[in-house]
Ligand binder design. Sequence first.
Ligand code: IPE
Length: 247
Amino acid sequence: MILIKLGGSIITNKEKPLSARKKTIDNLAKSLKKIQEPIVIVHGGGSYGHYWSVKYDMHTKEKKYDLRGVAIVKNSMIELNKIILDSFLKNKLKPYCLPPTDFMAGNKPITKKVREIEKISKSGLIPVTFGDALWYGQNKTFILSGDKIMTHIAKILKPKLCIFALNEDGVYSDLKSKELIHELKGERPLISENKMDVTGGMTRKIEEASKISKMGMNVFFVNGNKPERIVKAVKNRKFEGTVFRGK
Ligand code: IPE
């Protein structure tokens, strides 16, 4: 099974609130069609979920946030999710919508439900889940990042490969020259913070990718604007991007 995160920066235009990059999503769907193994998709919030989370000052910490904000964030994620599902269907994939409430209890994954995700993907359906605003308990809620979902699922299902499709070629050793780091083995690169992101932007992705690779799986960061790179990564062809080597 291959676990793939479609980052918010690739499926939406982060500069413009509530704008999905439909053409890019279609191209990603067309490439995913070429993968002949079970896949599980997680997608981010981009200019949907993040836009509203920032407006309502909601974060990953469990707190009593404005409930209108919770409702609006959830609603916007459903809207973005629907765009992705529609694109998948149009491109002859068989998506199976799976909001994170289906397999999360508070901030913990429900192991039995996560195991079901694998069975669903092996059937030929493609489970599609996403970062979201979630109920925690005692009137508290929190923002669950899609990157965190990647770690939860990877830990339980041990996919053959985890892929993060980004709006960049991978991790750069230097942001100015955009010099790409091809391979990381446990070490963590230093990168600057992205302010607009409530779930931590690139820093969070690197953190989760490091955790997953420490569990023994390879994690690939690839440019989602060149979705054939995802197919190449899966088929073990010449890989363009950054690999977090699993031990
Ligand atoms: C964010 O998910 C979800 C919400 C803000 C509701 P992610 O943190 O995975 O989103 P991206 O990929 O960074 O946009």
